[in-house]
Design a protein around this ligand. Sequence first.
Ligand SMILES: Nc1ncnc2c1ncn2[C@@H]1O[C@H](COP(=O)(O)OP(=O)(O)O)[C@@H](O)[C@H]1O
Ligand SMILES: [Mg+2]
Length: 420
Amino acid sequence: MGGCSSAVAEEPLLGNPEALLQQAHETDFPEHGKKMRTDVSFKEAYELGQPLGWGGFSKVKLVTSRETGERYACKIIPLPRPGHASNEHQCTRTAILQEVDALLELDHPNVVGLKEYFVWAGRLCLVMELLPGGELLDLVLEKGPFSEDDARTVFRQLLEGVDYLHRMGVTHRDLKLDNLLLARPGDISAIRIVDFGFAKKHHAADRLNNPMKTVCGTPEYMAPEVIRRPKRQRLRGCCNWQQLAAGLCGTGSPTPGPASTSRPPAAPGGAGGSTGAAYGPACDCWSCGIILYLLLSGGEPPFSDPSQPRLLRTIVAGKFSFGAAVWKGVSKEAKDLICRLLVVDPDERWDCRRALGHPWMRRQPSSPTGGSSRSRGVSSGGIKMPLIAPAPPAQHQGSTLAAAGAPATPPAYGGKGLAR
Ligand SMILES: Nc1ncnc2c1ncn2[C@@H]1O[C@H](COP(=O)(O)OP(=O)(O)O)[C@@H](O)[C@H]1O
Ligand SMILES: [Mg+2]
């Protein structure tokens, strides 16, 4: 992953120590420590509560402000010293601080809000808006295929949020159902994009000359251009996900990816590493296409294969179908929108703004409740909708979605993938 702030340890040691300390303090954190709280310690400001979630590199806990009594979610990530990598995943400080860098300026109804952050006991503590409604992934696993109206309700918010991110110069790079949270339980009208752990902010100065190259994300949601290697590095007979992410998929002898600038390969909840071909924010629009497909199919991904090398090849080829029974009742317009987003060539792929203007997005809800015969008790705007038809049985395999209640097969690459 690319850098977001300079590492203090690499600065030349000139001038008096106090000035140096000040300089270090200012340059070490994104935007000179904006939103970083230093007047009190984290423990003085907040009371730690129950865990809300775990990721590959972090814990998220409920916290309560000692000043106001308000509740927030706090993401706690081990923060290594400048120039050092942390834990078994070899995350660098620079890579970890990218999450802060991406979140700092954001203010949108469909993007999680960062209130402030602390550096406490060698950890980065991001105090964020509390989203008690859980992950959209759980709702899809529980409810099965969304009605077109419900899928549109969710998808509009996703497109608005991603369009905003792109206008702010932020590419998320790990959009997936697990990273879309509901602000209120069961209410699909308040969706927030979370987890900026792989996000990349392009500051105005480097927008053109610093393209993204890191292979990162979650395989089933990754765009072809993120996976694809530059021609000279392509391997015959390559490769599996771990190799790809670790930078082992070049020709000739394997060379590990640059640990200093990457999240680790095969880590739960995502993976990263390696320098691939340059790509841009359109990779998020591909992931949006995957998410729309998943919403309408009830969690059956367009690209899935128990073999990771084959999965990656299918994605790069961009071959998918609407052959499953669940697609029989889905409109041509919905399928058309998916086809505009799951386009292999990122230059031909529709961006979020254009997708928002697609005829399917402009359709009026087909019933007063916004539901349809596929709807299974999802609530919109706080109104509980009736459970009308049972969801078709889930047919999952390998690293794809596991049906709710059924044992999930852990993906072979060690990522959370789509399974629970
Ligand atoms: N603001 C929040 N409110 C409530 N729960 C949250 C919040 N942010 C994250 N979580 C929970 O913690 C999990 C992990 O958080 P995430 O930011 O995705 O971390 P990771 O990068 O480790 O995947 C989420 O999937 C969700 O279940
Ligand atoms: Mg996550």
